[in-house]
Design a protein around this ligand. Structure first.
Ligand SMILES: [Zn+2]
Length: 196
C-alpha cells in the first residue's frame, strides 16, 4: 500500500501541474490535529486532500479544462460539472457513504458528550445530520463546508459551552471521519475512471 501511494504520488507529481487561479486554502482555524495520517490508508486520504486543496484532483471538470476529457459532466450521470465540491458534497452517488459517516459521527459524538447537559447535547447533535452538506450551519474556515480538505468546523466558536478537552476530542474524531470519507469517495471515483 505504501508502494502504491508512493507511485500514485509520483504519477500525480509528474503529470499534473499548477493551474492559474487554483489556490491553496488556509488550513482550518480549528485545533491542530495529532498526526492522524500515520498509516497507509489515511496516507492515501492525505494525498486526496492535498490534491483537492491544490485544485489538482483529476475530476472530469479539471480534465475537460485541460483538453483531456470530452465532457466536464459528472461521470455518475448528474447534470452537473464534476468538480471536487460536487463529488464530495453533492453527488448522490456517495450519499450512502455520507450517511454511514454521519451515523459514525453521531455515535462517537454521543459517547464523548455524555457529561454535558441535555439541552447542550441536543444543540450539538442537531448540527450533525448536515455536517457533510452544503447547508451545514457550522463555522468553516473558508466560509463554506470544506470537510473534504481535511478541515474541521470551528467547534469552540459554535459550541462555546464545551470544555477545551471536549472541543479537542470532537475535533479529532470528526477530522478522522472526514479523512476516511475523503479516501473512500475518491477511491470509488478512481475505480469508476475506466467506465467513463
Ligand atoms: Zn454526480
Amino acid at each position: 500500500m505504501v508502494y502504491i501511494n508512493d507511485k500514485l504520488a509520483h504519477n500525480h507529481a509528474t503529470t499534473l501541474h499548477y493551474t492559474l487561479g487554483d489556490h491553496f486554502p488556509l488550513p482550518s482555524s480549528a485545533d491542530p490535529q495529532p498526526f492522524p495520517y500515520d498509516c497507509s490508508s489515511t496516507s492515501y486520504s492525505a494525498l486526496v486532500q492535498l490534491y483537492a486543496r491544490l485544485g489538482q484532483l483529476p475530476t472530469c471538470h479539471l480534465l475537460f479544462r485541460r483538453g483531456m476529457a470530452s465532457s466536464s459532466q459528472c461521470r455518475f450521470g448528474c447534470y452537473h460539472a464534476e468538480t471536487v465540491h460536487h463529488l464530495f458534497i453533492l453527488c448522490p452517488q456517495f450519499e450512502g457513504y455520507r450517511q454511514s459517516t454521519i451515523l459514525d459521527i453521531q455515535r462517537i459524538t454521543l459517547g464523548l458528550v455524555e457529561s454535558i447537559s441535555l439541552a447542550h447535547r441536543d444543540m450539538l447533535m442537531q448540527t450533525i445530520p448536515t455536517i457533510l452538506a452544503e447547508e451545514s450551519i457550522l463555522t468553516w474556515s473558508m466560509g463554506f463546508n470544506t470537510w473534504y480538505y481535511g478541515h474541521s468546523p470551528d467547534i469552540a466558536k459554535d459550541f462555546p459551552f464545551l470544555s477545551i478537552r471536549l472541543v479537542h476530542s470532537l475535533s479529532k474524531s470528526w477530522h478522522t471521519s472526514f479523512i476516511h470519507l475523503a479516501g473512500r469517495i475518491w477511491g470509488h471515483v478512481q475505480r469508476s475512471h475506466y467506465h467513463v
